[in-house]
Design a binder for this molecule. Sequence first.
Ligand code: ASP
Length: 322
Amino acid sequence: MKLRLVASLAMLLAAPVVLAQGYPTKNVSMLVPFAAGGPTDTVARVMAQAMSKPLGQQIIVENKPSAGGILAGEQVAKANPDGYTILIHHIGMATAPTLYRNLRYKPLEDFEYIGLINEVPMTLIARQNFPAKDFKEFLAYIKANKAKVTYANAGVGAASHLCGMLFMSAIQTDFLTVPYKGTGPAMNDLLGGQVDFMCDQTTNTTAQIKSGKVKVYGVTTLTRVPSLKDIPTLNEQGLKGFNVSVWHGLYAPKGTPKPVIDKLVGALQEALKDPTVKTRFNDLGTEPIDLKRATPDALRAFLKSEIDKWGPLIKSAGVYAD
Ligand code: ASP
C-alpha cells in the first residue's frame, strides 16, 4: 500500500516532465482579447505563424473580444495549465487591476509569463473629412464642439481608451467615447465616417495614414516614429510630457509546467529573430523586442512596473468600471 502511494506520488511529480517531453502534440490556442483586424490581432497573427515553425505545431488565433480584453484574461487564468491555451495581451494587463474593481483574475498571480513581444507607439487620427487641417484646428474644434465629437475606442482597459482619457485630461475638454469590440471594427467606422477620431497603435493605423484614408494629428510618444517621421509628436505640439506606448506579452495559466514554458519561450525567441517578423513589424511602425526582454522574468518585472506606473495615474483620473 505504502509502496503504491510512493509510486503514484513519483508518477505525479514526473507528469509535467512527461507532458513537456512530447509537448506540443496538437494545436495550441492563442487567445486574443480583441476583435479580428485590430492591432493586437495583427501582432498575434504574425507571432502565431512565426512561433508555429519552431514549436512544430500550429498556433491557432482565437478572438475573444470584450471591454478592455478582460474576458480573455479571465479565460486563460482559469484554463487547463497544459500549454495548449496561451494569451496575448497588451498594456491592458497592467491597467485592468486599477480600472476594474471586480476583476476576476490577478495579473501578477494567476499566470506563468512567457515574454514580451514588442512596444508600439500610438497615433491620434480622425476621419478623412474631419474639419481640421492641423493639430491646432483639431483642438479648437473639439473645444468648441465637446460631447458632439465622438471618440472610438476598445472599451475601458483598452490602450485606445487609456490614450483617449489621457488626451481628455491633457486638453481639459470632454468628448463622447464610443466603445467597440476592438479597434479593428472601430477603424472600419472611422473610415466610414460614422465616428470622428481615435488613438490607436501604428500597427493598425500606418497603412491608413500612408494612403491618406485618415487624417493624422500626432504620435503619442516623446520621439517621432521612424516609419512616420513627418508626423510630429503631441509633446512637440504643446501637450508637454504626453507619452503613451503599448506593449504586448505572452502568458500561460498558472501551473503550466516549466519545461512547457521553456519551449514556448524558445519559440517566442526564434520568432523574434525571424527576418520576416522584423520586416512585417517595421512596416507596421514597431519592432521585435530585445531578446533579453522576451523572457518570463522580464515580462513579469515589466508588468509589475507598469501596474505601479499606471495605477496612481488612473486613480487620480477617477476612471473605473465594474
Ligand atoms: N489594441 C486595441 C486597444 O487597446 C484593441 C485591439 O487590438 O483591437 O484599443
